[in-house]
Ligand binder design. Structure first.
Ligand code: HEC
Length: 317
C-alpha cells in the first residue's frame, strides 16, 4: 500500500518538536546573556578608551560614547529601539522618542533603570560596570534622545511620491532607509576650516566615509570627481582612520586632487552613522534627513545620480 502525499514517517514526532522548542528557547536566553556579557566587557574597557575630564562637553561626549558602545546594540543609534541586536531579544525596547515608556521619563527613574536593569527582561543593570557619574551622564543622554524629533513627520513631502524617490535611489546604487533627521555632524577640513551639517541645510549632501588604509576608497576618489562635476550636491569626504590633518593629506591628496578632505575630530561619527564598511556613503536630503546609504566601492552612474538629485530637490525650487 502506498502512502503518496501523506508520509506520516516524515512528520516530526512530538518529541522532536518539543526538543526544537527547547533549543529555540535556550538559544534566545543565551543570546540575551551574550549581549549582556559583551556589554559588561565593553564597559570595563570604556574608561581607558575615553578618559576625559569633568567638563560639560566632555560629559556629554563621554555619555554619547558609552551609549554607542553599551546601549545602541539594543536601543539603536538614536534610541528608537531598533539596534542590530534586537533580533536576539525576547522583547524589543521601546522608542525613547515615543510616549509609551514603561517607567517615568525622568532623570531619576532612568538612572535607576540603568543602574539596576529591569529584572526579567534583557535590560541589564550597569551599576557594577559603571561609575555613578557615568550612569548620570547616560541618563542625561537618554533624555536628549527622548527629546529628538520622532523619525517620521509628514510635511512638505506628502506631495512627493515616495516610490519615485525610492526608484531613483536604487537606480543610483543606494539603499533607501526610513527618512530620519541626520545625526549631528561637525567635521574639520584639513586646513582647519570647520563644517557642520546645519550649514548645508537646503542642499543635498553626500557624506563619504573613507580611510587612508582602504585601497578601494582611494581609487574611488576619481569617480567622485565626476559626481562633483554634476554639481547640486555637496560631497563631504570624511577620513575616519586618521586624526592628524597631515596624515590625511599625505595619503588622500594623491588620489583626491583638489577635492576637500575632512576629519572627524570627535571620533564619534562612525558610531553615530553606523559605518561598518568602507567606503560608506550616506545621503542627506535638503531637509537634513538621512534618506539612504550605500557601502563598498562600485561604479557610479552620473545619469542616475542626476536623476536622483532632481527627485531630492523637487519641491525645493
Ligand atoms: C541587551 C539589550 C539591552 C542593552 C544592552 C540595554 N538595554 Fe535598555 N532596555 C532593553 C529592553 C529590552 C528594555 C525594555 C524592557 C521592558 O520590556 O520593559 C530596555 C529598557 C530601558 C529603559 C526603560 C525605558 C522605559 O520604557 O521605561 C531605559 C531608560 C534603558 N533601557 C536604557 C538603557 C541604557 C542607557 C543602556 C546602556 C547603558 C541600555 N538600556 C542597555 C534592552 C537593553
Amino acid at each position: 500500500m502506498s502512502q503518496t502525499g501523506n508520509c506520516s514517517a516524515c512528520r516530526p514526532s512530538a518529541l522532536f518538536r518539543i526538543g526544537l522548542w527547547l533549543f529555540i528557547l535556550a538559544a534566545s536566553v543565551w543570546g540575551g546573556r551574550w549581549l549582556r556579557a559583551t556589554m559588561q566587557d565593553r564597559a570595563a574597557e570604556a574608561p581607558a578608551v575615553a578618559s576625559v575630564e569633568e567638563s560639560d562637553s566632555n560629559h556629554s561626549a563621554r555619555a554619547e560614547f558609552l551609549y554607542h558602545t553599551l546601549c545602541a546594540k539594543c536601543h539603536g543609534p538614536e534610541g528608537h529601539g531598533d539596534g542590530e541586536g534586537i533580533t536576539e531579544l525576547a522583547q524589543r525596547p521601546r522608542d525613547f522618542a515615543g510616549d509609551r515608556w514603561r517607567f517615568p521619563k525622568t532623570k531619576e527613574s532612568i538612572r535607576q533603570v540603568i543602574a539596576e536593569g529591569i529584572p526579567g527582561t534583557a535590560m541589564p543593570g550597569s551599576k557594577q560596570a559603571l561609575s555613578a557619574a557615568d550612569v548620570d551622564a547616560l541618563a542625561d543622554y537618554v533624555l536628549v534622545l527622548a527629546e529628538r524629533p520622532a523619525p517620521h513627520h509628514a510635511s512638505a513631502d506628502a506631495r512627493r511620491s515616495p516610490s519615485a524617490l525610492e526608484r531613483a535611489l536604487e537606480a543610483a546604487g543606494f539603499r533607501p532607509v526610513p527618512p530620519r533627521p541626520a545625526p549631528p555632524l561637525t567635521v574639520v577640513r584639513t586646513d582647519g576650516e570647520p563644517l557642520s551639517l546645519a550649514e548645508l541645510q537646503g542642499t543635498s549632501v553626500l557624506l563619504h566615509f573613507w580611510g587612508t588604509s582602504c585601497v578601494h576608497c582611494l581609487t574611488e576618489f576619481k569617480s567622485l570627481h565626476e559626481l562633483e562635476n554634476i554639481g547640486r550636491m555637496r560631497i563631504v569626504s570624511i577620513c575616519i582612520d586618521e586624526s592628524e590633518p597631515e596624515s590625511v593629506e599625505a595619503v588622500g591628496r594623491v588620489y583626491a586632487g583638489d577635492h576637500p578632505l575632512y576629519l572627524d575630530e570627535t571620533g564619534l561619527l562612525a558610531h553615530r552613522y553606523q559605518v561598518q564598511t568602507l567606503p560608506a556613503y550616506m545621503l542627506i536630503d535638503p531637509h537634513g534627513r538621512l534618506v539612504a546609504n550605500r557601502t563598498g566601492a562600485g561604479a557610479w552612474s552620473g545619469n542616475a545620480v542626476s536623476g536622483l538629485i532632481d527627485q531630492l530637490t523637487e519641491g525645493e525650487r
